[in-house]
Unconditional design. Sequence first.
Length: 134
Amino acid sequence: YYQSDLDTAFKKQTARMILDIFINEDVEVMLGTNKRVNQLLTVKQLLKSNYGRDFINSTFLFDSLNISEALYRLDEKTYFGSLNFNHSLIAYRSMDTLIIEPFKSKADFYLTKNEKYFGTDTLDIWEVRIGDIK
């Protein structure tokens, strides 16, 4: 969803929150299989491009989710895995609708265990981050 009159500070905070769910800002995201839309961008490039700014509303639909690579340990605190899924996009403009038919994708994900201290207690907190989406 994009609205051109939103405050700049709000847009920057939203971009920061989106970046925070990815393992880093250089993660690659594929936007579709259509020749016009098919391109790999990093998350940082995607946020800077204002992709979809002319859409009134857009919806990503996901289905057929399954584990393609079970979690395995990368180091003492980090695990890695992959998911396969189908997704499609429906985006609405004032005069027309863009529909990208479902296509197969793969997303990498990372789990990192962090210790959080609360007074004299220590809790293990798992953080989930998204890697490349292709």
